[in-house]
Ligand binder design. Structure first.
Ligand SMILES: O=c1ccn([C@H]2C[C@H](O)[C@@H](COP(=O)(O)OP(=O)(O)OP(=O)(O)O)O2)c(=O)[nH]1
Ligand SMILES: [Mg+2]
Length: 170
């Protein structure tokens, strides 16, 4: 079953710093992101940002990180995103998880209320590597090509070409 939770979920210790608000929770079995709420009311003018507390601190095991990611509904409906997305929560971080919200809408302010779900937390295994300094790197098929070297999206070959929005999407 694709949406069944796995039998063995990793235990991650959490402290709720605000007893009246819920712990992060997955909306469905098997979801990648657990929703985080804001503990404060926040109003954002167009272009404005705010670092909002979530009332949650966690202790990730070594070899894991958690990523603070936007919610697509908030982005699509209100233009609200996360400025530093994905925010990185290090395994050793014991402070309160915070969310750097930004209102990217050009016209409308947005009001978020204490308890609103404003972000989602995705826990992942991560590698820490040993950086081994060399004077030249081994070759590869891509080489140094990037930034649109394989051709632009939608068949455009100029990576800097500006695409005007169609009338329907305005
Ligand atoms: O969206 C975020 C991003 C970070 N953090 C916390 C957890 C993370 O472990 C710590 C530091 O984050 P980061 O390394 O991204 O920030 P920095 O500017 O490099 O600060 P520092 O010098 O403390 O590492 O801040 C959050 O609560 N939310
Ligand atoms: Mg850092």
């Amino acid at each position: 079953m694709p949406d069944s939770p796995r039998d063995e979920l990793l235990d991650v210790q959490i402290v709720r710093l605000d007893a009246d608000l819920p712990a992060p929770s997955y909306a469905h079995p098997g979801d990648a992101g657990a929703d985080l709420v804001t503990t404060v009311d926040v109003s954002l003018m167009p272009g404005e940002r705010a670092l909002v507390p979530t009332g949650v601190a966690i202790a990730l095991p070594p070899g894991y990180a958690a990523f603070v990611q936007p919610r697509s509904g908030l982005a699509a409906r209100h233009g609200v995103s996360i400025l530093n997305t994905p925010g990185t929560v290090d395994a050793g971080y014991r402070g309160e998880i915070k969310v750097l919200l930004v209102n990217l809408d050009r016209h409308d302010p947005v009001d978020l209320r204490r308890g609103d779900r404003v972000a989602q937390l995705v826990v992942q295994r991560v590698e820490q590597v040993r950086f081994v300094e060399v004077t030249a790197l081994p070759g590869s098929a891509r080489g140094a090509g990037g930034y649109g070297s394989t051709g632009g999206f939608g068949g455009l070959s100029d990576p800097n070409a500006r695409v005007e929005p169609s009338e329907e999407s305005q």
